[in-house]
Design a protein around this ligand. Sequence first.
Ligand SMILES: Cc1cc2nc3c(=O)[nH]c(=O)nc-3n(C[C@H](O)[C@H](O)[C@H](O)COP(=O)(O)OP(=O)(O)OC[C@H]3O[C@@H](n4cnc5c(N)ncnc54)[C@H](O)[C@@H]3O)c2cc1C
Length: 498
Amino acid sequence: MASDHVDVLIVGAGLSGVGAAVHLQRECPGKTYAVLEARGAAGGTWDLFRYPGIRSDSDMFTLGYSFKPWTNPKAIADGDAIREYVRETAREYGVQEHIRFHHRVLRAEWDSATARWTVHAHRDDTGEDVAVTCAFLFTNSGYYRYDEGYTPEFPGVERYAGRLVHPQHWPEDLDYAGKRVVVIGSGATAVTLVPAMAERAGHVTMLQRSPTYVISLPSRDPLADAARRWLPAKAAYAVTRWKNVALGVANFQLSRRAPNLVKKFLRRAARGSLPVGYDVDRHFSPRYNPWDQRLCVVPDGDLFAAVRAGKAAVVTDTIDTFTERGIRLSSGEELPADVVVTATGLNLLALGGMTLAVDGAEVDLASTVAYKGMMLSGVPNFAMTIGYTNASWTLKADLVATYVCRLLRHLDDTGQQIVTPLAPDTTDLVPIIDLQSGYVLRAVDRLPKQGPAAPWRLHQNYPRDVLLMRHGRLTDSGVRFSRAGTPATVADRPAPVA
Ligand SMILES: Cc1cc2nc3c(=O)[nH]c(=O)nc-3n(C[C@H](O)[C@H](O)[C@H](O)COP(=O)(O)OP(=O)(O)OC[C@H]3O[C@@H](n4cnc5c(N)ncnc54)[C@H](O)[C@@H]3O)c2cc1C
């Protein structure tokens, strides 16, 4: 078994892990690091998902890194452009040489006596088990299972003679030209797939149990186009990024404070994009409030255009059973289908499935409390990236990486070695992800919690988090700094939250 040591071990070479490595190089130049990546290539989500039309549904000026301008003219970008952006970043900043591919991290064990993690990984390419020790463990492993998407149990599915496909495992050989396709689902993936497949399919039906808010945005950003003409790339990027941050925050706050107004606006916008007499209330007016689940963005209204052109239809109903030739609905209607795509979601997975132990005791994630949304109570020298649910993931990922670098510098400057969040003395805890989406609700009892107030509360507000994470104090009642030899489990808890 090979073993070696780095100052910081990053898990995952997706958008976040590559970004974290760049932050570390720039903001803590003396630190040694390695990135362990389970797959054979960088890019994470943007390498895994290959379904037709795969694209972002956030704008790339906020999904891009703070340090590397997004220069592609498309604001809502295709998956391969995002994958290339991540890989280009890894090459340009020399991160590539630090990535160890085919290393699936299984377990990490913290030892307070030496102030070190021992991280165990399995090499999928050689079958070898390896161990790496590090002073700080930084997981950037995304939030869902890579090996299996979520598919509910559909009655009669075994009888279905057509092709059944999950978007997470898109078959390269799938030829759907001229075929009748049913896409089950109403989330971001379904609304992406339907217009993309409608270009070649005979007809595409989006079958949803209940509607989602769908909003059309231009795929190109006129302000970004103008800014790029007049300003240097970095300044143009910053202007567009902050404009989009401001719009995003305003949209979210308005949705929270005046949900009925936002509902009316979204309904009117959908009605204006659909044929006269279309049943907007049935198919595009959810029962929940905007941002109780993520809004679905469609670039240039492509979904609505496919419906208007008669190439796609939306059906809101439940599945009675699959038949040999398609799907029978509870209403009795039959949807014939040569291909059924189950755009039914992801299986949430914390920390890429790895287990943690601290001084020999197993860490039960569900009983930890997240500190500033990025560290876990009772777990020393550990941080994880979980992006925003109401804004682009990378906005938060950048802040988390910067905060980790500040912490590392603080440890060095003060002669300390260990930073451990201490759980607040309160039972007023809520799930770390505050969305009502099915994939969150299915996993919520296995995830860390968050507390009622800062620093145990996630703000989901980028400008506020910029102040907290880039400029806020590193020392507060939620963390303890110490030297090797101090046990991680302590009796001295911070004061109860008021
Ligand atoms: C289809 C789809 C579209 C999305 N669109 C958007 C969007 O428009 N805007 C937005 O903000 N967010 C979007 N998201 C969320 C998206 O996942 C994030 O934007 C972002 O890609 C997350 O990057 P990440 O690096 O944190 O995680 P990932 O992209 O999931 O990368 C994690 C990496 O860690 C590796 N890894 C995981 N576990 C281990 C382990 N145990 N050992 C070693 N390596 C491991 C994985 O192999 C992977 O390479 C989308 C998600 C999906 C699935």
